[in-house]
Design a protein around this ligand. Structure first.
Ligand SMILES: Nc1ncnc2c1ncn2[C@@H]1O[C@H](COP(=O)(O)OP(=O)(O)O)[C@@H](O)[C@H]1O
Ligand SMILES: [Mg+2]
Length: 504
């Protein structure tokens, strides 16, 4: 008996078909991955199963019985639970309070029984090895921990069929491993899981089966142990994809950035950069590997002028730039693709053409003293849209309306169009589908081959390894070691990332 069967599901939105005659089924106790590019229709299909949307055509069966799921309440009653891409937690409540919110245990029939709530929550935490303290507040825990709370919440409501929509997009490697353990424990206890993710390596290690959706249609369902990353990558995109990165030999060009004994404090006033040293040459990609939270974000903030340093030097193109303003630094031809495209990469409620000149709005080309030359700005924007394959109707669309991959292509295009000497790329492909990842990687390599310098900061070790010519491993506010191209080895870097030593 299948846990879930969705038969001939069709869902239309104004002007488009999001799911077209989709057949999907979930076995008992299996982990089934839904794969597809951004906009393929994965979330829509799961929103139908969870009662957020209703299908226009087709039937749903749960444990062999035909059911009508009109609302999430119906879905929960049938044992279906969903964790969304964006969390919905109350920040000044504790973990336990969030989990029981809406179905609190009551004393004497009406008083909130806090003790009982904590006891019940602890039971779930231990059973599935969640490794989280029920009495801490949400605002004090990491994103990875918050996600656990979301999963606990649906378990508390009796979910047997669990939908996780891109849970790993926001996690660091150690949190992904923890999630993997939790998922295995859940299936051991009889739960069935539908997982949406873009990370093919995890798909291969975590799942039993894979269903691939392209433009609203199911392309195929495969057994994970009978397929390969290359095969599924090709099925997702609908053409041959080459995930290998090909590069010209590195040219030996002069040094463009030198960071010397750099020291800075974090937002709480604690030392976060404790004497960082490295240099980047033109024509190379210098990667910084490391577990999140070892000072990578602050390092980039200091180099780009967003955060002050209190000691050390940053020499860019022969000049000291430490503690200049972001604007002054951009003028010196240092570009950056920021970590958080929503917070600092784009102004979401503005149009694409306004976003396309962010940071260079004072450039003489666009700013004619008294007025902005909109004709020139639009031309510039259309060039970026065309060259970087930003899928949009036109340049007037609000940035928030684009998918994540297309937003990122706009940012990458904007930064490359500034014709910089150095591009700092922070997590440039986080959360993107493989079509977009392949494209962005290719463009970064192209810039490198033209003789530009690239400083790549990424928590994805695979990304650092495949793109970089040299890699510095960051740990506890320092670059522990710089590895040359021929020394790049996943195992060695893993040891360094954990603060270990590889010499002798
Ligand atoms: N509420 C909605 N109204 C109109 N269009 C929508 C709505 N939700 C999703 N879509 C569209 O349906 C398509 C599939 O979206 P979605 O299921 O979110 O894709 P995925 O999760 O695979 O990235 C997209 O083109 C998206 O813009
Ligand atoms: Mg989605």
């Amino acid at each position: 008996m299948k846990a879930v069967e969705m038969k001939n599901i069709t869902k239309r939105f104004p002007g488009m078909i999001a799911n077209k005659d989709v057949n999907f089924d979930l076995n008992q106790k299996e982990i089934h991955v839904l794969l597809g590019e951004n906009g393929a229709g994965k979330t829509t299909l799961m929103n139908i199963l969870y009662g957020i949307y209703n299908q226009d055509e087709g039937d749903i069966f749960i444990n062999g019985e035909k059911v009508k799921i009109k609302t999430p309440k119906d879905a929960i009653a049938l044992g279906v639970g969903m964790v969304h891409q964006h969390f919905m937690l109350v920040h000044n409540f504790t973990v336990a309070e969030n989990i029981v919110l809406g179905c609190e245990p009551k004393k004497f029939g009406f008083v909130f029984d806090k003790k009982e709530a904590i006891r019940k929550v602890k039971e779930l935490i231990d059973k599935y090895e969640f490794n989280i303290d029920p009495e801490t507040k949400i605002e004090d825990i990491s994103v990875g921990q918050q996600q656990k709370v979301e999963i606990l919440k649906i378990l508390y409501r009796g979910a047997e069929i669990i939908i996780l929509d891109e849970p790993t997009a926001v996690l660091i490697p150690s949190e992904i491993e923890e999630l993997e353990v939790i998922m295995k424990n859940l299936t051991k206890e009889g739960k069935s899981i539908i997982l949406i993710t873009h990370k093919l390596k995890e798909v291969m290690s975590m799942s039993d089966r894979i269903t691939i959706i392209r433009r609203g249609e199911v392309i195929d369902t495969l057994n994970t142990n009978e397929t390969s990353i290359d095969e599924i990558a090709n099925l997702i995109v609908g053409r041959a994809v080459d995930l290998n990165v090909y590069k010209e030999r590195v040219q030996i060009l002069p040094e463009i950035l030198k960071v010397k004994e750099l020291k800075a404090k974090d937002n709480r006033g604690l030392d976060v950069l404790k004497g960082v040293n490295f240099e980047v040459k033109s024509g190379e990609i210098f990667g910084i590997a490391g577990v999140g939270g070892n000072g990578q974000s602050e390092l980039v903030e200091v180099i780009t002028g967003i955060r002050k340093c209190y000691d050390g030097e940053i020499i860019f193109d022969g000049e000291n730039i430490e503690n200049l303003t972001p604007k002054e630094i951009i003028k010196k031809k240092l570009s950056s693709i920021p970590e958080d495209r929503h917070k600092t990469g784009l102004i979401l409620q503005h149009s694409l053409y306004e976003n396309a000149i962010l940071g260079i709005q004072d450039d003489k080309k666009f700013n004619k003293g008294m007025f902005l030359d909109y004709k020139e700005i639009r031309k510039h924007t259309l060039n970026i849209i065309k060259e970087f394959d930003v899928r949009t109707i036109d340049e007037n669309v609000e940035a928030s309306k684009l998918s994540g991959g297309n937003q990122q292509k706009l940012i990458v295009g904007r930064e490359i169009y500034k014709n910089p000497k150095l591009i700092i790329a922070v997590q440039p492909t986080r959360g993107l589908d493989i079509g977009a990842i392949e494209y962005i990687h290719r463009r970064l390599i192209e810039e490198r081959d033209k003789g530009k310098a690239i400083l790549l900061v990424s928590l994805e070790l695979d990304e650092v390894l495949s793109l970089s010519d040299r890699v510095g491993v960051m740990y506890d506010g320092k670059i522990l070691k710089v590895l040359e191209r021929d020394e790049l080895d996943e195992q060695k870097i893993g040891v360094l990332m954990a603060g270990g030593n590889i010499d002798g």
